[in-house]
Design a protein around this ligand. Structure first.
Ligand code: FES
Ligand SMILES: [Fe+2]
Length: 350
């Protein structure tokens, strides 16, 4: 049986990277199935509003910018950055109380623009997951990228919580040569988050090997992935050789576009080659290539194979490697259920 699609709304999602939004253009992006218009005011502060005019529902992103306001292309109503209609060229020019567009809370932090799609009065910026390492890193040691996926975000979440797939699906850059699958990951809950960890000794992945003092020497590896609601994943690989640790710390930030499509934002930082801009560009391109050409084709094929069925409704076979992913799905669905049963309507349907 197909379940209705619901998303956690009272939470922060990444709407865009900072550099996708400028002060002259509009960015129109579907988020949680709703069209959202994002632009930057002349002060530099970004704004997000429903990309749908309240008159005849034309996308406002097709309109024109007038300073910090938006003029609808169809019949010329203008809306300011608070979503309030400020100009009506029709009749006596009276502005109806209903001439408003829903505005979504936004926070710009750590190179991302975060959006709150739920009850605006509950939007608390202190709940945004701490990505301050991206801010404190040297610009030549941090990079971000974006992938659009034709799959539900929870299929990508399963992929990230079960890193044993690395040895089966991925090529030589990040393959661990079979160290992961024989292990049962340690899965722990810390506050509201879930973390899966693997350790192994001997060699490391090709991506890291060349940055060791002794590339052929013995190392100890610790691989962790921590989920934070709604779909933020911090993935760390620490490679120890003696007292020296070489590490990468990655951020996978998933924002549902629709029930079957996802905006996949990715950021990576590290503790080696900090001043090497060329390596930085190669590193992010290599990671993006691995996700786009190795993970995504399989995840998108999974989505096609599943249609609009929910994973658990299909009674999947469960393997030991599924523990973290199943824990995340259960916690998230409890959070969504709790939000759905809250007495007050949270969503403004203007
Ligand atoms: S649809 Fe926007 S003014 Fe008519
Ligand atoms: Fe992968």
């Amino acid at each position: 049986m197909t379940s209705p699609v619901t998303f956690l709304r009272n939470t922060w999602y990444v709407a865009a990277t900072s550099n996708e939004v400028n002060d002259s253009d509009f960015l129109s992006r579907m988020i949680l199935g709703e069209p959202v218009l994002i632009y930057r005011q002349q002060s530099g502060v970004p704004v997000a509003m429903r990309d749908r005019c309240p008159h005849r529902f034309a996308p406002l992103s097709r309109g024109k910018r007038q300073g910090d306001s938006v003029s609808c292309i169809y019949h010329g109503l203008s809306f300011n950055a608070e979503g309030q209609c400020t100009h009506n060229p029709h009749g006596d020019g009276r502005i109806s109380e209903r001439a408003k567009v829903q505005v979504f809370p936004l926070v710009e932090q750590a190179g991302f623009i975060w959006i709150w799609m739920g009850a605006a009065e509950q939007a608390d910026p202190s709940q945004i997951v701490d990505c301050s390492k991206l801010l404190s890193a040297k610009p030549t040691a941090v990079a971000t990228t974006y992938i659009h996926s034709q799959s539900n975000y929870q299929l990508i979440a399963d992929n990230l919580m079960d890193l044993t797939h690395i040895d089966h699906l991925h090529g030589p850059l990040i393959n661990t040569h079979g160290h992961l699958s024989p292990q049962t990951a340690e899965v722990v809950e810390l506050g509201g988050s879930v973390k899966s960890s693997w350790q192994w000794s001997g060699d490391t992945i090709e991506l890291m090997r060349h940055h060791l003092a002794d590339p052929e020497g013995e190392v100890r590896n610790t691989l962790d992935v921590a989920w934070h609601p709604p779909a933020i994943f911090m993935l760390d690989l620490f490679v120890y050789q003696g007292e020296v640790c070489v590490s990468v710390e990655d951020y996978h930030l998933l924002t549902p576009e629709t029930a079957t499509t996802t905006h996949y934002f990715f950021a990576s930082t590290r503790n080696y080659n900090l001043d090497d801009a060329e390596y930085n560009a190669q590193h992010i391109a290599g990671m993006r290539h691995a996700f786009a050409t190795e993970d995504m084709p399989v995840i998108e094929a999974q989505q096609l194979a599943m249609g609009d069925e929910e994973l658990f409704d299909l009674k999947p076979l469960v393997l030991p490697c599924d523990t973290g992913g199943v824990r995340v799905r259960r916690k998230l669905s409890k959070m969504i259920e709790a939000e759905q049963t809250q007495p007050l309507a949270m969503v403004d349907n203007r």
